[in-house]
Design a protein around this ligand. Sequence first.
Ligand code: HEC
Length: 136
Amino acid sequence: MKKFIPVFVVTLAVILFFNGKKYDELVSSRLSSSIAVCLEGQSCGQATAMNVAAGGASRSAESIYSSGCAACHDAGIAGAPMMGNKAQWEARQAKGYEMLVNNAYNGINGMPAKGLCADCTKEEIGIAVQYMLDTI
Ligand code: HEC
């Protein structure tokens, strides 16, 4: 029986050690989740989120373009029609504005759905498309 006591103690120590680690991981993963604190009178992210959920465009076409589209459309990466390139855009424009917006929103060939603007509404993609068409 005496032989089992050290075995029992070691097992207990191992269990406690690993449990402790798991607990630490749990705590740190909870700490890293983003929590927004919003005080009365301050403008909160919620209003924007609600706007987006309701299908509204809360960002400007220029800011959507520069953060979500310019990475490919400035230089024509992967065959993307280039910003300001009349010939490249005219061929696409023949499809009609609605179709272009649909394709940009849903993705087509090398064009990923919504570009780099994962939280863009269709309306926001639409104004970004119009922003590009306005430059040609
Ligand atoms: C990762 C690179 C990339 C990003 C980011 C990107 N595009 Fe594109 N886009 C492409 C490529 C490549 C094509 C050409 C696809 C094809 O027709 O082969 C394209 C084509 C398009 C077209 C033409 C679609 C058609 O039917 O001919 C529109 C409109 C468009 N993009 C809008 C946007 C908008 C708006 C954004 C930003 C919200 C955006 N793109 C971001 C790569 C990108």
